[in-house]
Design a protein around this ligand. Structure first.
Ligand code: CA
Length: 227
């Protein structure tokens, strides 16, 4: 199965907490919950999340201070949940390093859209052409090239090859590949990865070029120099 993205919710109001936990879990996120500032910081340290939803008015330590401390530890995306008209909370939150805020009450769909936007924003920017050994992947034309021979790629072949090119020499587990290329709602028991790796091998190895996408038995695949 896919490895879900992890959302940490730091919110003292039980009704909102339960609503977020249920809704985000249903959307496929792994949800961690904290009821106050200090336990939120502990949770972020022990189980690093991909994004934090952070209430402002919290017992123990307010959300602004929690935000400042989380920000000091890295560039984790932080979405503040602010009171409806508390403009000063928004400003303080942004000043403390929050990436965005959402006034309560909010529509769940809007929350999801903000989360997706923040998670997209932290993706590293793409170079125009990835290169590994004598293989190239052009992010503009979405074509591959090896030793001067250009080949076309279907949408999924492109995504899979880009994942390999972004992670050279790193073993990618089947779970990671499912997660990044096919998304969460894909059942894990199919041989779709094998099928697409075979397609990519046919294209990248045409003309007797040696293998670059290697099988790591029982785990997944790795883009590595020919053996
Ligand atoms: Ca609160």
């Amino acid at each position: 199965m896919a490895t879900p993205l992890r959302v940490l919710v730091i919110e003292d109001e039980e009704r909102i907490r339960q609503f977020l936990q249920r809704g985000l879990s249903y959307e496929g996120y792994r949800v961690d919950i904290a009821e106050d500032g200090p336990s939120g910081l502990d949770s972020a340290r022990d189980n690093p999340p991909d994004i934090v939803l952070l209430d402002v008015m919290l017992p123990g330590m307010n959300g602004i201070e929690v935000c400042r401390r989380l920000r000091a530890g890295g560039d984790l995306p932080i979405l503040m949940l602010t009171a409806k008209d508390a403009i000063e909370d928004r400003v303080a939150g942004l000043d403390a390093g929050a990436d965005d805020y959402l006034p309560k009450p909010f529509a769940f769909d809007e929350l999801l859209a903000r989360i997706r936007a923040l998670l997209r924003r932290i993706q590293p920017s793409k170079p125009d052409v990835f290169r590994f050994d004598n293989l190239e992947l052009d992010t503009g034309t979405r074509q591959g090239r090896r030793d001067g021979r250009t080949f076309d790629l279907t949408a999924k072949e492109y995504e899979l090859l880009e994942l390999f090119m972004r992670n050279p020499r790193r073993v990618l587990t089947r779970e990671i590949i499912y997660d990044r290329v096919w998304g969460y709602d894909f059942g894990g028991e199919s041989n779709i990865i094998e099928v697409y790796v075979r397609y990519l091998r046919q294209k990248t190895e045409a003309g007797d070029h040696p293998r670059l996408i290697h099988t790591v038995r029982g785990i997944g695949y790795v883009l590595r120099e020919p053996e």
